[in-house]
Design a protein around this ligand. Sequence first.
Ligand code: MSP
Length: 690
Amino acid sequence: MKNTFYVTTPIYYANTIPHLGHLYTMLVGDTISRAKRQRGIETYFLTGTDEHGINIERAAQKNGRTPKEQADYVVRYFKQMTSEFGLDTKHGGYDIFMRTTEPFHYEGVSELWRRCARAKTPKGNDAIYKGHYEGWFCAPCAEYKTEDEYQKPKNEGDPPTCLIHETPLDRVSEESYFFRLSDYDEALLSVFESRPDFVRPDSRRNEVMSFVRGGLQDLSVSRLKTSVSWGVPVPDDPAHTMYVWFDALTNYITAIGFGNEERQQAVGFEKFWPAMHLVGKDILRFHAVYWPAFLLAAGIELPRAVVAHGMWVDPNGRKMSKTLGNTIELDVLHKHFSNDAIRYFCLREMVFGQDGRFGYESLIDRANSDLASGLGNLSSRTLTMIARYCESHIPSRVIPEDKLLLAKRTGVDTDETTVAGFIELARDQFLMHFDNLAFSKALETAWSVVARVDKMITDAKPWDLAKDPNQAQTLGAVLYRAAEALRWLSVLLYPVMPESSRAMWSQLGLDGSPAQVNPVELKWGELEEGAQIGDVQPVFPRLDKGKIMSQINTGVEAPTVTEPEPPMKHATEADAVGITSFIEIDDFAKVDLRVGQVLSAERVPKADKLLLLKVDLAEEQPRQILAGIAQYYEPEKLVGRKVVIVANLKPRKLRGFESQGMVVAASYGEEGRPVIATFTEDVPNGARLK
Ligand code: MSP
């Protein structure tokens, strides 16, 4: 059996700049190819652009460019996207960014056409014939529309409109080459029946089968050059330009060497074909019906599979569109979120095959709960405790015989196989889901490991064990298990979150990269005792939801993510219960907290959140302080109240008033409800808090 794998994304139209939908299919392809490579399979990953056809020609005209200039312009954005999101070759992503304007592609498509033109259908007819086409064509869909696929015009004489794009269709009435698709229904159905995995998921397979059962019409596969000139000329009949889908689909084989000796030498058609095609459900028919039919005609092996994913819609379930203003812009995503958080969210949130809702708020929530508080916190607390209790060396996994009883008495499960067995099983399930492209389930399984190890730590209470020298080895064994679990998680999660997995890996003090470890071969206990761990850094910074959302909503520039916190050298119990960042006492001393008394409080005109306070800190003058608490506190009720003030905060202007300090308050709940800190005992104004 071949130890190679070939995965493709659609090649994207070079008429508009990329958005989340394009990014999504690419990152699924990237994840799959990393997973295959990690398992020692030589993998080829293709993405690229579809650069011919009337659609691109019109976009070029509109922008005052030649079609090639238009394609180059859009390709620059795609390349920028793949670089920023870590999907290009340099970052271990795609192997080729395919462009249909490449001369080798012309050669390959021409070869495929010739083969089809020579072929007989399963019913013994010519697979390609010349005829006359009359009908309606949608340029943005690059597809002819039948009566049930367009909206009839309101005024007689007007053209009908596309149901998807709501734009007028073009009347085409001209000589055309046809592909005799109608002769391929039985052949295709027998493929779908004999290969249940050919079209995935099942729901899509059923859809495609019923489409084919409904009867196939021959497909117009050329346009007169006088109507569409931007494309590949039909071999031996240059008055015709090939239909853009015939041209585009063929990229999957020309990229690896079909019809061109140089590419064949460089990559190898036989080596990598057949491919797994990843597509959005919007273009399933082209991939699951037309493409296999062309290949059958040309006598070329069919793809390994055509896998259709759902579409991203907005949080309210609406299709994303520029007019509704609900699209997810890539520059906003890139500015505020790490690549790994985006990858995790996309793969966790969209049940593969179904539509998924994409909202910035849910992305922030997931990044904070699953990544920062979940996996990130497990990693930080484990390593911080190893740093503190084990002098930064991976402890031994063994609890000596004579310490077992004591360990058990303090609630430690002394049997290592309990947690090891759990993780081994989870690994198997994770890989099974992954291979079924059920990424969401796979990630759920990985997070069951996070929860299990968290529980193990909570049950064993390492911070208590650390107080008893007799429990030193037990403490070490517990921390070993947590660290070993993290090693496994770095390997499993590498294809989904390459950067963070590498960070976790090197913090564990491991050499090489999780990319080089085959998850199938992971063995419990191979984390080396005595090895020194690396610098402990939070892997997933917490995102400030309020701040990011207000920046996104107001379009204010912001750094991509909050700066990672400084490394932690010492650990306390707090690490173990989830506080992952520490400051020195000197850092705290920099904050001048004082007791103040509210002398007056009033609302600020036109600012429904702000109160203007005068606060006595026992200084010469009372301070003027603005506080964003007006929705929760009646001004009158605050007068006379003792509060805590950050007294050395740099003054700043809000709504034209200078604020000379800040009132300290707790903040809780979704909307960050403030509760002012106060004293239950008598305390003089100006007293310092330390
Ligand atoms: N050029 C053709 C494909 C030719 S492949 C031989 C094309 N291009 S496209 O630019 O319109 O890209 C379509 C693909 O982009 C979809 O199939 C899907 O992979 C991705 N997506 C576009 N919008 C999307 C969403 N809203 N959600 C998820 N993916 C989407 O069709």
